[in-house]
Design a binder for this molecule. Structure first.
Ligand SMILES: Nc1ncnc2c1ncn2[C@@H]1O[C@H](COP(=O)(O)OP(=O)(O)O)[C@@H](O)[C@H]1O
Ligand SMILES: [Mg+2]
Length: 348
């Protein structure tokens, strides 16, 4: 059981500033997800918490103890990697026991912990197999099991599901969430997948080029992104960002409430709706020509083009009757609009 506190943490690789001053308080038992595009510094930050990477500046505390100069083995954390990192010549049982034996854990205690983890992860049938005799999902479970049996103060995950196919990824995501809830162990989870981040996190940390862009619950980030970066990173398809100068082509009934420094207007694909002929428009209204319609199952994504060639995407339920080249009018309620200034910062 431990909180994790990062205080102005920095990392330089030679001239490269990989982490440019990150401060973050992670509460005991909390599930925090670090999310951001490839190369933004997620793994670097996680590896610094784990002790696998030295710290150029700042402090990291785990359970109230500054760990900057402690070896990974002295930090009481367990890490789960994308590539599983299982010992190929050992059985699953031996893989699970290995770290505990090294710490001189009594034999009956090792047996007890392996039985509990194997039960929780439903890997009892595979305990005597070697990793190569397991599927990817089963190997990932064993990697999880190896972290669980340690009963660490915190779990650190680096894209643990990236090597699994889409269906298994969803299944394991649900299992990881359930396990973390029942163990209530502080967890820091790295992913570039915003969907995984949204569904797993108690709190999300969006990283961009070595800095924290925004921290909040998934719903806070979705409903009130502080920057255009977060606005487009969270949610799929991405929020539409439209330049204000398209104002010649849209009408805004309550336009006086648009903040004066607005340069970019944001609207989510789910907040745009078809305006039926004859209906009175509300809020924001634009005319588009349909460029493409993608059926993705329960809904369709309609891609429209505005007169000045800006594109906009909106969602319609089910199989749409909308066809390419059709002219449409779409609208959004004023309340669903997001306003940003020239620097990409939120204005309301
Ligand atoms: N060992 C290293 N030496 C030099 N640069 C590195 C090293 N590891 C990572 N970087 C750089 O630091 C930045 C962050 O990398 P990383 O933390 O791996 O990003 P992410 O996990 O978000 O994809 C990248 O620009 C990457 O090229
Ligand atoms: Mg990485």
């Amino acid at each position: 059981m431990a909180d994790i506190v990062l205080n102005d943490v920095r990392k330089k690789y030679g001239p490269v500033d990989a982490i440019k001053g990150v401060s973050l308080d992670i509460a005991d038992g909390e599930f925090v997800v670090l999310v951001g595009p490839s190369g933004c510094g997620k793994s670097t930050l996680l590896r610094m918490i784990a002790g696998l990477e030295s710290i150029t500046g700042g402090d990291i505390s785990i359970g109230g103890r500054v760990v900057n100069d402690l070896e990974p083995s002295e930090r009481d954390i367990a890490m789960v990697f994308q590539n599983y990192a299982l010992y190929p010549h050992m059985t699953v049982r031996q893989n699970l026991a290995y770290g505990l034996k090294n710490r001189n854990t009594p034999k009956d205690e090792i047996e007890r912990r392996i039985a509990a983890a194997a039960n929780a992860l439903e890997i009892e049938p595979f305990l005597e197999r070697k990793p190569r005799q397991l599927s990817g999902g089963q190997r990932q479970r064993v990697a999880m099991g190896r972290a669980i049996v340690r009963e660490p103060a915190a779990f650190l995950f680096d894209e643990p599901l990236s090597n699994l196919d889409a269906k298994l990824r969803v299944q394991m995501r649900v299992e990881i969430k359930r396990l973390q809830r029942s163990l209530a162990t502080t967890s820091v989870y790295v992913t570039h997948d915003q969907m995984e981040a949204m569904t797993l996190a108690d709190r999300l940390v969006v990283l961009n080029a070595g800095r924290i862009e925004q921290v909040g619950t998934p719903i806070e980030l979705y409903e009130k992104p502080e920057t255009t970066f977060v606005a487009t990173f969270i949610g799929s398809p991405s929020m539409n960002l439209l330049p204000m100068e398209i104002s010649t082509t849209w009408s805004l009934a309550e336009g006086s409430r648009v903040p004066s420094r607005t340069t970019t207007l944001g609207v989510r694909p789910e907040d745009l709706h078809l305006l039926e002929p004859g209906a009175t428009d509300s809020g924001f209204k634009i005319d588009v020509t349909v460029a493409a319609v993608e059926l993705v199952g329960a809904e369709s994504y309609v891609h429209g083009v505005l007169p000045k060639q800006q594109s906009v995407v909106f969602r319609v339920p089910g199989r749409s009757r909308i066809v390419v080249d059709e002219p449409l009018t779409i609208h959004a309620d004023f309340e669903s609009l997001h306003f940003f200034d020239a620097s990409g910062s939120r204005l309301d």
